[in-house]
Design a binder for this molecule. Structure first.
Ligand SMILES: [Cu+2]
Length: 229
């Protein structure tokens, strides 16, 4: 094999190893044991018939001062974070409506793939009440992305981009009065343990902005466990 191909091959393998390493790290990190249970909300008509309906209500913030990491912001007051917790437990074979209130600004994804709403009922979400299928990949605050295999034949994938709060709406102190509210519904499937994370590069300058908050459990990632009720 010629040297250049060999080198390119090596880079790909190294990249794959790094990604696999991050995945393994995220899956094994359990430094935040707080878990939010989905709230029961009757039933919902879905393409898969009438299903039990549950809701989750979470937020994303430009720093860790909202209280979810302690009143002084915890170990990393400056880290962007989801809150009030980042570990979720949701019932299997149910319709789950997730509402995420984003108080953070943002910029460009490094992969437009995550600008689209994926894996929700109808492939849609609502943004501040309006139906969307995607947002511009250069106005993304964060994403909420669940992907993974619970075992060989069971996978769960959905990903929803959160619109960034415009720069001029981001106050110097505290949080904007005009957060971006995104709501979407997914069908959970079989019980299994999954991981969610944000796919917007919102960490600091390390690891191509996938370091810091992006690689610390409890900020931009967490557990997403689907359980039999
Ligand atoms: Cu993020």
């Amino acid at each position: 094999m010629n040297k250049r191909i060999l080198a390119a091959f090596g880079t790909v393998i190294l990249g794959a190893a790094v990604i696999a390493g991050i995945g393994t790290y995220v899956a094994s990190a359990k430094n935040d044991s707080r878990v939010m249970q989905a709230t029961a909300a009757g039933t919902m008509e879905t393409p898969q018939g009438t299903l039990p309906h549950y809701t989750l209500d979470i937020s994303s913030y430009p720093d860790s001062m909202a209280g979810s990491h302690g009143k002084d912001g915890g170990a990393h007051p400056g880290y962007v974070t989801y809150g009030p917790v980042t570990n979720f437990e949701v019932p299997a074979h149910s319709a789950l409506t997730i509402t995420i209130t984003n108080y953070d600004g943002g910029e460009s994804l490094n992969n437009d793939f995550f600008g689209k709403v994926r894996g929700t009922i109808d492939g849609t979400a609502t943004l501040n009440g309006e139906v969307i299928r995607s947002i511009s990949p250069d106005t993304v605050g964060h994403t909420f992305t669940v992907h993974g295999m619970a075992n060989q034949n069971q996978e769960l994938f959905f990903s929803v981009p959160l619109k960034a709060v415009p720069e001029e709406e981001m106050p110097e102190e505290g949080y904007t009065q005009n957060p971006q509210v995104t709501t979407f519904t997914v069908i959970t499937g079989d019980a299994g343990e999954y991981i969610w994370n944000c796919e917007y590069p919102c960490g600091d300058g390390t690891i191509a902005k996938f370091g810091a908050a992006m690689s610390t459990m409890g900020y931009m990632s967490g557990h997403f466990n689907v359980v039999d009720k």
